[in-house]
Design a protein around this ligand. Structure first.
Ligand SMILES: N[C@@H](CCC(=O)N[C@@H](CS)C(=O)NCC(=O)O)C(=O)O
Length: 211
């Protein structure tokens, strides 16, 4: 946890790609936080206390005791949390509108596609008791398409959208599990170089170790 005199942000989360984004962001921005584990394997995401801050029964969610106007605020949906923390701190989220549009594009690309489709690929390839070839092929093909988009985007670019940003923070915990999604990153040199770079960041390593 980062050192600060500010009141810690409660991070309701679990050890999943979406769940790791928030401790990574908080470590990057040096904000103090406390992990409140929500064991989704045991169904804790359906507890009334959690639903009060995350009505879609999914992690992550945060409660910031020092929200707008100095009052507490809760935020669910990882993209909304990253944008909130970026606006609150000015960290990893540019204020220049042209730069911000680019970050938002790649953030929403992850939220709407790279996360959900890779989650399905991982599920049908690894977790599902019944191996369903149609589902495995469908989501593995989509994973290949998405990683192709990522690799082309990173050609000649260090990060996804200008400087290192919340877009990179959103994509990296998903890309870390490329092998389970049926992806050989050695075939995608730009994505591989980017992933090695972002995973080497000390704040990323601390965030990944936080839950
Ligand atoms: N769009 C959401 C997705 C969150 C999500 O899918 N969370 C999963 C873990 S990665 C979860 O809480 N699953 C529990 C459930 O579906 O009951 C976000 O980005 O925050």
């Amino acid at each position: 946890m980062a050192e600060s005199t500010a009141k810690p942000i409660d991070v309701h989360t679990w050890s999943t790609p979406n769940g790791w984004k928030i401790p990574i962001m908080l470590e990057e921005c040096g904000l103090p936080y406390r992990i409140v584990p929500v064991n989704i394997g045991k169904g804790e995401q359906h507890a009334p206390d959690f639903l009060a801050i995350s009505p879609n029964n999914k992690i992550p969610a945060i409660v910031d005791p020092d929200g707008p106007g100095g009052e507490p605020v809760s935020v669910f949906e990882s993209g909304a949390i990253l944008q909130y923390l970026g606006r609150k701190t000015g960290c990893l989220y540019p204020s220049d509108e042209r730069a911000r549009v680019a970050v938002d594009e790649w953030l929403f690309w992850q939220i709407g596609g790279f996360g959900p489709m890779l989650g399905q690929a991982h599920h049908f390839r690894i977790y599902a008791q019944e191996k369903i070839p149609y589902a495995i092929d469908r989501f593995t093909e989509e994973a290949h398409r998405l990683y192709g988009v990522l690799d082309r985007r990173l050609e000649g670019r260090e990060y996804l959208a200008g400087d290192y940003s919340i877009a990179d923070v959103a994509v990296l915990p998903w890309a870390k599990f490329h092998a389970k999604q049926g992806i050989d990153l050695d075939q995608l040199p730009n994505a591989k170089r980017w992933l090695d770079t972002v995973l080497a960041r000390p704040a990323v390593q601390r965030g990944l170790a936080a839950i």
